[in-house]
Design a binder for this molecule. Structure first.
Ligand SMILES: Cc1cc2nc3c(=O)[nH]c(=O)nc-3n(C[C@H](O)[C@H](O)[C@H](O)COP(=O)(O)OP(=O)(O)OC[C@H]3O[C@@H](n4cnc5c(N)ncnc54)[C@H](O)[C@@H]3O)c2cc1C
Ligand code: FES
Length: 289
């Protein structure tokens, strides 16, 4: 029998979703679980993003934050501007719009059978969480697994309870650091003082690893240098870039940089593709990813 695809409407028209739960993760970061009312987002994969729409306010690109998207989708959102401020005023049961999913996502097929190192800075943990969940759900498909997660301040740690479970597993090595540590920590010895690059020096990453990185653009240059010093090949390094986006579909040109539409050909790029885009990993940017 023919399978009828549900997303028959124009990709410019958002689908409705109801806020099912709101979980504060830190002062400005919140996990929104949205119940999808119409449309099919089940094909979302780690590294892709959706356009979150608040009627009368606007749209913002937000990364898919969990590995499995079915009746609900999880988005981890930092309050920074018009759309996100308006979202944080909503309550459970209220409606928002969603378009997508958009973008390429992390190369799951290429990662299969390989050792993997996932590197997140700040809010970059949002898309990295969906990739981590995917790998843990399909653990037998991957080799050794390392998670490196760096923060400015320990109070900005997101997904604290989930990370505690991850830290107990024997099939993943976790390195978490903050430049300033105060207040509640993970279990002793699990959060260290320092930067992402300090954790990278400690982690047993070598040329056999495939890498996924998401964080503030200023971090990329130093992380890439650290990876290269460990012998990791350029074509094994995948970075998620942040660009201002509007349509998400290669029509408006807002995300067009270095001859690429970040919304369609990214936001995840292989480092070898970014040779043509030198400012991509050196520019000043927002903290989010
Ligand atoms: C692929 C992708 C995935 C993302 N994933 C997430 C996520 O998972 N969670 C999350 O919280 N955020 C995520 N972001 C970032 C998020 O989209 C932005 O923070 C978003 O614009 C917030 O919308 P806003 O209306 O609240 O903020 P805005 O009002 O748009 O302001 C956000 C910031 O951008 C600046 N800004 C706005 N417009 C421009 C412009 N045209 N040129 C230069 N600067 C500008 C503002 O000054 C402000 O500092 C992602 C972005 C991309 C591209
Ligand atoms: S966001 Fe419009 S072309 Fe990429």
């Amino acid at each position: 029998m023919l399978k009828v695809k549900q997303n028959l409407q124009s990709p410019f028209i958002p689908h409705w979703a109801i806020i099912r739960s709101i979980t504060n993760l830190s002062e400005d970061n919140t996990l929104f679980e949205l119940q999808i009312e119409d449309g099919d987002f089940s094909e979302c994969k780690p590294g892709q993003f959706v356009q979150l729409w608040l009627p009368g306010v606007g749209e913002s690109p937000i990364s898919v934050c969990s590995a499995k998207v079915g009746e609900t989708i999880e988005l981890c959102i930092r309050r920074v501007g018009r759309v996100t401020n308006a979202l944080f005023l909503l309550n459970e049961g209220e409606r928002v719009g969603l378009r997508g999913p958009f973008g390429t996502g992390f190369p799951l097929e290429k990662y299969k059978g390989k050792n993997l190192c996932l590197i997140a800075g700040g809010l970059g943990i949002a898309p990295i969480r969906s990739l981590l969940q995917h790998v843990l759900l399909n653990r037998e498909d991957y080799g050794k697994l390392i998670l490196i997660y760096g923060l400015r301040h320990s109070a900005q740690l997101l997904f604290r309870h989930e990370l505690k479970h991850v830290l107990r597993r024997r099939d993943i090595e976790v390195f978490i650091s903050a430049e300033e540590i105060r207040g509640p920590d993970l279990p002793p010895m699990s959060m260290q003082l320092g930067r992402v690059t300090d954790m990278l020096s400690l982690a047993p990453v070598d040329e056999s690893y495939e890498i996924a990185i998401c964080g503030p653009p200023v971090m990329y240059k130093y992380v890439v240098q650290g990876l290269k010093a460990k012998g990791v090949k350029e074509n094994s390094i995948w970075l998620s870039l942040e660009r201002h986006m509007k349509c998400g579909m290669g029509k408006c040109g807002h995300c067009f940089v270095g001859g690429r539409f970040t919304c369609m050909q990214g936001p995840v790029f292989n480092l070898t593709e970014l040779r043509f885009l030198p400012e991509a990993i050196e520019c000043e940017g927002t903290e989010s990813c």
